[in-house]
Design a protein around this ligand. Structure first.
Ligand code: IDP
Ligand code: MG
Length: 152
């Protein structure tokens, strides 16, 4: 089994709206488990670096300001195919297109206030985890694993 890790961030609106617990609950209920977690007021350089691929987009300055506007909750979740499945749990970028049942489909309305970030590939996850958790991740084996996976 290939165990992946993905970087998940509750954005400032999600933290301010008390949705952190709901978002963690959805990942945990699916069967994923935490490898890292912190509440953080982000410095500009980190926000800019995190979204560096979008630097040329017209919404980039507003996006960086949004991420700086209040604390975020940065997390790493682990499990089988967690990058792809994390994106499915999150839903489409624009909440108008996110299916009901997804985090964005259920919990937000505007693309510029879409409550959560999740890595879009294994490579992005490695880059983002390196940026946000330079201290490394917590290593442990949850008791639940044989109840989640038929084979390990
Ligand atoms: P993603 O978060 O679903 O991966 P990206 O295209 O990587 O979507 O964009 C990063 C973030 O930039 C989005 O989650 C959203 O907050 C913001 N964003 C994307 N497109 C727009 C836009 O057209 N207007 C305002 N904000 C946008
Ligand atoms: Mg993205």
């Amino acid at each position: 089994m290939t165990t992946e890790v993905t970087f998940i961030m509750v954005k400032p609106d999600g933290v301010q709206r008390n949705l952190t617990g709901e978002i963690i609950r959805r990942f945990e209920a699916k069967g994923y488990y935490l490898r890292g977690l912190k509440l953080k007021q982000v410095e500009r350089s980190l926000a800019e670096e995190h979204y560096i691929d979008l630097k040329s987009k017209p919404f980039y300055p507003g996006l960086v300001d949004y991420i700086l506007s209040a604390p975020v909750v940065a997390m790493v979740f682990s499990g089988k195919n967690v990058v792809t499945m994390g994106r499915k749990l999150i839903g489409a970028t624009n909440p108008l297109a996110s299916e009901p049942g997804t985090i964005r489909g259920d919990l937000c309305i505007d693309v510029g206030r879409n409550v959560i970030h999740g890595s879009d590939s294994v490579e992005s996850a490695q880059r983002e985890i390196g940026l946000w958790f330079p201290e490394g991740l917590v290593e442990y084996k949850p008791h639940m694993l044989p109840w989640i996976y038929e084979r390990m």
